[in-house]
Design a protein around this ligand. Structure first.
Ligand code: NDP
Length: 282
């Protein structure tokens, strides 16, 4: 079986068309959505992500500001920048680009962002509300991955969903979203015994590990839907956590890297920012 591609480029472009209509409607009422991104240090991957977020804002007409801070920025200076953006009515979304340098307390910084401006969905209140199935800002990557499944009309209810990775920003919220969709969810991690026994059962397999091509064809059930969240750079080229070439021969659907979940992450950040602006404008 050759898998059908879940194409993040196409889906993100469609989503952007819709977002542009929403941004234009806000602008007609005299309201321009605003996103502030705080970038500490010079991590090359983070710089690329921040640039891509800025470009997406430009395409949609969202006012974006990037606050660049040196790697030796103190916690106080970082927190002051967050407080300033919290207090600014022109800012609807605040994003602190992760990872932060090791001397900074990221959890503390994220918890200072007003929950309604937390467009990454990482604030304790948003994470807690998601776990309770309440209305909240949902983390962009899992939200984007779920959107891809739903747009392709993939059945989730009653399916075996296996997620490899339990991070707060991908694995855990992905598990909660799939649970809300009535999948039977298993979350695996580095201490999972016999990982393959779990992944082989998956109707929907989500890889969020951070190890290039970790998921090999022998770990995947015939006809599975495979969502590759991983973004790794090997010899200057991007690749995912899934051995795409081999797994695509077995899966029914698969996301590519690049051009898969990463594109949707940015589209969902835009969606969260526009939604925050719509709420603020009311
Ligand atoms: P983390 O490093 O925070 O989490 C990785 C998870 O994988 C952990 O739960 C870890 O287990 C698990 N893991 C590591 N090694 C193994 C193993 N050998 N067997 C089973 N589980 C293992 O990463 P993130 O969740 O932040 O990111 C995961 C990947 O997704 C990365 O490649 C990252 O770049 C990418 N990413 C992509 C995004 C996008 O927009 N597409 C956005 C965010 C991330 P344990 O908890 O036990 O350590």
């Amino acid at each position: 079986m050759a898998a059908r591609l879940l194409d993040g480029k196409i889906m993100a472009a469609e989503l952007e068309e819709n977002l542009k209509v929403r941004v234009d409607a806000l602008k007609e009422k005299g309201y321009t959505p605003g996103l502030t991104v705080i970038l500490v240090g010079e991590d090359p991957a983070s710089q690329t992500y921040v640039n891509n977020k800025g470009k997406a804002c430009d395409r949609l007409g969202i006012a974006s500001t990037t606050i660049r801070m040196p790697a030796d920025t103190t916690q106080e200076v970082l927190e002051a920048a967050i407080e300033e953006a919290n207090a600014d009515p022109a800012v609807n979304g605040i994003l602190v680009q992760l990872p932060l340098p090791k001397h900074l307390d990221g959890d503390r910084a994220l918890s200072l962002i007003l929950p309604q401006k937390d467009v990454d969905g990482f604030h304790d209140i948003n994470a807690g509300r998601l776990s309770r199935g309440l209305d909240c800002v949902v983390a962009c990557t899992p939200k984007g991955a779920l959107y891809m499944l739903k747009s392709a009309g993939i059945d989730i209810s009653g399916k075996e969903a296996v997620i490899v990775g339990r991070s707060n920003i991908v694995g855990k919220p992905m598990a909660l979203l799939l649970l809300q969709e009535n999948a039977t969810v298993t979350v695996c991690h580095s201490r999972t015994a016999d990982l393959k026994a779990h992944t082989k059962r998956a109707d929907i397999l989500v890889a969020a590990i951070g190890v290039p091509k970790f998921i090999t064809a022998d770990m995947v059930k015939d006809g599975a839907v495979v969502v590759d969240v991983g973004i790794n750079r090997v010899d200057g080229k991007l690749c995912g956590d899934v051995d795409f070439e081999e797994v695509a021969k077995k899966a029914s659907y698969i996301t590519p890297v690049p051009g898969g979940v990463g594109k949707m992450t940015i589209a969902m950040l835009m969606d969260n920012t526009v939604a925050a602006a719509e709420k603020a404008a009311k």
